[in-house]
Write a protein that binds this ligand. Structure first.
Ligand SMILES: [Zn+2]
Length: 331
């Protein structure tokens, strides 16, 4: 794992940890906010080794005597909160919806099982080992939010104002964005992916687009995506256009009677935003959008969704031929 050992300076007292590993899962960005002797961290890394690396990098820039007293989790996916237990005294803030839906997320024990005990020669086992096998899930203790909110919540870190806005359901049920109005910075969580196709587990895509519009209205100079390099307004607008194009293609296919799989296959074959990594994630987002179009509001089976992506990637990788006609059901 090639992790950054230094934080990127964003503004006075604001630093970001940007692994920026495209074509991979789990390398999420984190934002350190420090002022006077106080500090807060937006999102925690996926496993212990990553969190220790981040902590060492943070120690180099934290003011003397400052320690992280507040964690903000932008949503409940493990790559944004499995490191929480490394901050045992910290208040952990997230939306009430994130806490309510924590039970639908694979926990560290399930991730260990999926990366170790599934058949390695079948799509899901192969894919999980390939993209998640290098993380150490064994022994990770979940540390759920200790303070939740709906709508808006604000607090200060020293002299720095921190404003949280709930924007879910979008990427997940309980997404929030973090705005630092004194610095022109927004931390977007997985509302925004840069460099790879996003996997949106909840949707609908109109919800993700609306969340992008909420960010745009804040007119930030700097947007920290959940994954990938930092962007400005132009980068955010480009990503919003991607979502708009994807939504249009999916709805068009649905109207024509195409299945989610047919639409996703067509998009890949037509080179839809082909410069982005992880094309198999189109299988997930397309399946989720179809559930909304079908009026299906039941909780999605995230492992079944991942299996759709895995099956596509497995066949593309091993045979260099189109994926088989039938993928596992989404739920
Ligand atoms: Zn993520």
């Amino acid at each position: 794992m090639n992790l950054p050992t230094a934080l990127a300076p964003i503004a006075d007292g604001i630093h970001a940890w940007i692994p920026d590993v495209s074509g991979s899962w789990g390398y999420a960005n984190c934002l350190l906010i420090a002022s006077d002797t106080q500090a807060a961290l937006v999102d925690t890394p996926y496993d212990g080794q990553m969190t220790r690396t981040l902590l060492a990098a943070a120690a180099a820039v934290l003011p003397a005597g400052a320690r992280v007293e507040t964690i903000v989790n932008t949503h409940a996916n493990g790559d944004h909160c499995f490191g929480n237990s490394h901050f045992p005294d910290a208040q952990i803030i997230s939306t009430q919806a994130s806490l309510d839906h924590l039970c639908t997320e694979p926990d560290p024990g399930q991730m260990h099982h999926l990366t170790h005990n599934t058949p390695a020669d079948e799509p899901l086992g192969w894919y999980m080992r390939r993209h998640f096998g290098h993380y150490q899930y064994h022994g990770i203790q979940l540390a759920p939010p200790t303070l939740t909110f709906t709508g808006h919540h604000q607090f200060t870190v020293g002299a720095t104002r921190v404003e949280l806005t709930e924007v879910g359901p979008a990427h997940t049920m309980g997404d929030l964005i973090v705005h630092l109005p004194d610095h022109g910075v927004v931390c977007a969580g997985d509302i925004v992916f840069i460099g790879d196709h996003p996997a949106h587990w909840q949707g609908p895509l109109s919800g993700v687009i609306a969340a992008c519009d909420t960010i745009l209205r804040l007119e930030p100079q700097t947007v920290i995506p959940g994954h990938g390099p930092i962007v400005g307004i132009a980068g955010l607008l480009g990503y919003r256009q991607y979502l708009h194009d994807l939504e249009g293609a999916i709805h068009d296919g649905y109207t024509r009677g195409h299945s989610a799989q047919e639409t996703a296959e067509q998009l890949v074959r037509a080179g839809f935003y082909a410069h982005l990594g992880l094309e198999e994630r189109l299988m997930i987002t397309t399946a989720m959008e179809h559930r909304h179009l079908d009026g299906d509001n039941s909780a999605p089976d995230l492992v079944a969704l991942a299996n759709r992506a895995a099956t596509w990637a497995f066949h593309r990788h091993h045979a260099h031929v189109p994926a088989p006609a039938s993928l596992p059901a989404a739920s």
